[in-house]
Ligand binder design. Structure first.
Ligand SMILES: [Zn+2]
Length: 553
């Protein structure tokens, strides 16, 4: 196979032009710069002329199943601009979904103008119940059929901690505020089954292949949203029937010491195979950078320069219980991985305290810190000293950057996702999407990691009304941006064998349209808002030497 250039990610031979692989074994035989006549007579050359070849993309933090459920069974309302858009999208969906309810997600009235009501949703479906979630997760809207199933009428009292939206005469208008009120309806929505989970995974993996993703680490659900036991059963069945195309690395979320015991039992149910492995456990140590609930040393800011009173966010664990829980998990699985969600700098500091102790007791365990928005320079040193890896999501800058930076404040923003600094310090940084927090397409992470300073400054400078920034100033090279998704990412998914394009490794690789990629490199802002470019960047995705996705010409 011939390309303009190959980024092999093999430190011994980083570049090449010819990738020779054996279609029968699926293994790479050689990477060369030229082909001799004798080699030419022995191989069939597929000429990808002007294209770039890289190893398959590893998305080291990607909620594969959750994304699949949304994609397969729910209506995406995140790009609806008005009430008519919502009705239209719900109508189109009701025609194809077999699920007895119509579920939606991504509702955001900031874009729409107002929240829809039951009467708006009745125009989309009157005989089928409809339930759509707000993007914050704090409220939802349902139609008249859903209210009828739940038995909610004018005389229904508001539940403690929740509020039923009403007309002036007390008639429920379909809006339900906070989980207590949403649960009045949610409890009637049928649970997804193993078969639903399987269908969701099969559908979404094909979408991932279109963007070059060949491996994901799936950290499961974030609360009551995924049944982890059903997830494992679905993945086991798909793996055993050779239906997984994307390599899935399972991480199990643990929410308490009691929960850890259950998760250890579930971990033992995992039947590892060629496309399925068990990686370790995920722990949430703090909240969110959008809602300013992540755990900080100093108070959160708001609107860039204001201080959010004394709000330093909140830890989600009692630290002693957390220590005990991690100790227990590692006593059961001393060679696995612990991935800790730490957005705030205080959470990072406390996580490192625990990691330092655990490393003495369990020297073989690997730790990653997820998100890590703005660590202190001392903690960056400790991260390096302890060989801890960072799972970042630089694509957040494109989608959520303005809100995150306005909450971090201008001073802390200097430390925000400073990828170049991490790399210079010798820290293993892996890039990921945290899909479906943002779109899974790796182009968002590639471009934002290259232009991290440009992104941060353009957000900050909009505020200051100056636009002096030269996109020619890259933080890191395109090669290094790919490294965060390949060579480095393989460390975050605990795998040393899968990535580099070198003899003996699997022929898993992506063929990129180099012209489109260069357009993104030269004009990042316009590229990322151009669907035509984003969706066509990948020409082909190969796994084990077999073509799994090919761009439609
Ligand atoms: Zn996540």
């Amino acid at each position: 196979m011939k390309a303009k250039i190959i980024y092999t990610m093999d430190p011994e031979k980083p570049y090449g032009k010819y990738l020779l692989f054996n279609e029968t074994t699926g293994n790479i035989e050689k990477v060369l710069d030229t082909l001799s006549n004798s080699e030419l007579s022995n191989v069939e050359v597929i000429d990808y002329g002007d294209y770039l070849i890289t190893p398959g993309i590893i998305d080291s933090h990607n909620h594969l199943l959750m994304m699949g459920l949304h994609y397969t069974f729910m209506v995406n309302l995140s790009d609806a601009h008005n009430i008519d858009d919502i009705i239209q999208k719900l109508r189109e969906f009701s025609g194809k979904a077999e699920f007895p309810w119509i579920l939606g997600y991504g509702l955001y009235e900031g874009r729409i103008g107002r929240l829809p009501t039951r009467w708006d949703l009745d125009k989309a479906a009157s005989d089928k119940p409809v339930f759509i979630m707000h993007t914050s997760g704090h409220y939802a809207v349902c139609n008249s059929k859903a209210l009828e199933i739940a038995g909610i009428t004018k005389s229904t009292q508001d539940p403690p901690g929740g509020l039923i939206g009403r007309e002036p005469d007390g008639t429920p208008n379909g809006i339900l505020y906070e989980p207590a009120a949403m649960d009045l309806v949610r409890r009637y929505i049928p649970q997804f089954t193993v078969n639903h989970y399987k269908e969701a995974i099969l559908k979404i993996q094909d979408e991932y292949l279109k963007t070059g993703i060949t491996t994901v680490k799936d950290p499961g659900g974030t609360g009551g949203d995924i049944d982890e036991e059903l997830r494992i059963r679905a993945l086991n069945e798909l793996s055993e029937n050779n239906m997984l195309k994307v390599l899935v690395k399972i991480c199990l979320p643990v929410f308490s010491y009691e929960d850890a015991k259950r998760k250890v039992t579930i971990a033992r149910m995992i039947r590892e195979g060629e496309k399925l492995t068990f990686l370790g456990f995920k722990i949430f140590m703090d909240g969110s950078g959008l809602a300013r609930t992540a755990w900080m040393r100093d108070p959160w800011n708001k609107n860039f320069t204001e201080i959010d009173d004394d709000n330093r966010g909140i830890p989600t664990w009692n630290l002693e219980e957390l220590r005990k829980t991690i100790d227990y998990l590692l006593s059961e699985f001393p060679n696995k991985m612990i991935c800790i969600h730490t957005i705030g700098d205080k959470a990072v500091e406390e996580a490192l305290n625990i990691i330092e102790d655990m490393k003495m007791k369990y020297p073989n365990v690997s730790f990653t810190l997820i998100h890590v928005y703005a660590p202190t320079s001392r903690d960056i040193e400790r991260i390096r000293e302890n060989g801890v890896m960072i799972e970042t999501q630089t694509g957040f800058m494109h989608f959520l950057g303005k809100l995150i930076i306005s909450n971090l404040g201008l001073i802390r923003t200097n430390r925000f996702m400073n990828i170049r600094n991490y790399l210079e310090q010798g820290i293993i940084v892996c890039n990921s999407s945290d899909s479906d927090v943002i779109n899974h397409n790796p182009i968002y992470g590639l471009i934002t990691s290259i232009y991290r300073t440009y992104y941060v400054n353009s957000i900050v400078n909009t505020l200051m009304n100056t636009h002096e920034m030269n996109p020619a100033l890259c933080d890191i090279s395109l090669y290094d941006a790919f490294k965060l998704y390949t060579l480095n990412a393989q460390r975050c998914v605990h795998d040393n064998s899968i990535v580099a394009l070198k003899p003996g490794n699997k022929a898993d690789f992506v063929v990129w349209d180099l012209n489109l990629l260069m357009r993104c490199f030269e004009d990042p802002i316009n590229c990322l808002s151009n669907d035509n470019i984003i969706k066509n960047l990948v020409i082909a995705t190969y796994i084990n030497g077999k073509i799994m996705h090919k761009r439609v010409a």
